[in-house]
Design a protein around this ligand. Structure first.
Ligand code: NAX
Length: 329
């Protein structure tokens, strides 16, 4: 049997944490042959709830779950972790400015970067879920120089899966029939969900959908604003879909994307591909093998797409500058 992998989940007492813990412990993320030791981090006010999550995980008697460490101390929780899923963060509350939320979160990510850098396994793979996800990941990269930049990523797979699902629903197909959509840029409403290279039932999406007005209009806004629609419907933000997509992200990264030419979207450190500013954490189409991602190269980008890709890059550059200002203040 395999040696257990240590998986850190921050914000584990929160809503996404509650959905994510059983998925990871059940083998949805690393496979049904991979024993897991969970490291659950939250903050003091959530300490009791965190113990409650641990009790339920014990009660669920997961065969793969070999241990559970709970802590409110990042130095303890980060010890020897192989995978770190960073869900913990400060939510935007009524009356708060964007800058206030940014200050809270970049400070958290700066501090946790240093805890990870000091205590995690040196090959730790990091997935940032908490918003602003791309910029939190960027700060984490800057403050954890010991972690290779290619091991730091952020979640845009939920947006990617939402785009697949919208096309599938429209066509009455099962979601697995739809492939190779792309989420470019920021996990925010400036993201660009691109169907120009995607297929449905093996044929180009535009050819099958036969409705460019929908693809260039309602489809885009539905994917971009799906988070808000879920809040409106549930009174709470996306949790099970975020948790499931986080599992998809890590699984494909660690175990590889299918060898049939299909790709997924991941927020990764830009190398300047497709004219994006190098160094920003930007969502690209990637394939993964041997635990490494590679940006899909050579896709033809039309003028409209280029504009949208630049707009979301500009927003990320602005967020980066704001984050640096917040840290300096
Ligand atoms: P919750 O507020 O339910 O949970 C967050 C948890 O983080 C709480 O238990 C809180 O105590 C904890 N926390 C706060 N500061 C912490 C710190 N310094 N260290 C460790 N834990 C800390 O939020 P939830 O709905 O679970 O969402 C979590 C994050 O995911 C939010 O930032 C949210 O905006 C983001 N999302 C990102 C998505 C993505 O696709 N990238 C989609 C879903 C989600 O909106």
């Amino acid at each position: 049997t395999k040696e257990a992998k240590h998986v850190l989940i921050t914000g584990a007492a929160g809503q996404i944490g509650y959905a994510l813990c059983p998925m990871v412990a059940g083998g949805r993320m690393l496979g049904l042959d991979q024993p897991i030791i969970l490291h659950l981090l939250d903050i003091e006010p959530a300490k009791q709830a965190l113990e409650g999550v641990k009790m339920e995980l014990l009660d669920a008697a997961f065969p793969l779950l070999k241990g559970i460490i709970t802590s409110v101390d990042a130095d303890i929780a980060c010890k020897d972790v192989d995978i770190a899923i960073m869900v913990g963060g400060f939510p935007r509350k009524a009356g708060m400015e964007r800058k206030d939320v940014m200050t809270k979160n970049v400070t958290i990510y700066r501090d946790q970067a240093s805890a990870l850098g000091k205590h995690a396994s040196k090959d730790v793979k990091v997935l940032v879920v908490a918003n602003p996800a791309n910029t939190n990941a960027l700060i984490l990269k800057e403050y954890a120089p010991g972690i290779a930049p290619e091991n730091i990523s952020c979640l845009t797979r939920l947006d990617h899966n939402r785009a697949l699902a919208q096309v599938a629903e429209r066509l009455g197909l099962h979601v697995v029939e739809v492939k190779n959509v792309i989420i470019w840029g920021n996990h925010s409403s400036t993201q660009y969900p691109d169907v120009n290279h995607g297929t449905a039932g093996g044929k180009p999406i535009r050819e099958v959908v036969k409705d460019d007005a929908w693809l260039d209009g309602e489809f885009l806004t539905t994917v971009q604003q799906r988070g808000a629609a879920i809040i409106k419907a549930r009174g709470l933000s996306s949790a099970l879909s975020a948790a499931s997509s986080a599992c998809d992200h890590v699984r494909d990264w660690v175990l590889g994307t299918p060898s049939d030419g299909s790709w997924v979207s991941m927020g990764v450190v830009s190398d300047g591909s497709y004219g994006t500013p190098a160094g920003l954490v930007y969502s690209f189409p990637v394939t993964c093998a041997d635990g490494k991602w590679k940006i899909v190269q050579g896709l033809a980008i039309d003028e409209r797409s280029a504009e949208k890709m630049k707009a979301t890059a500009d927003e990320l550059a602005e967020e980066r500058d704001l984050a640096h200002e917040c840290i300096a203040a």
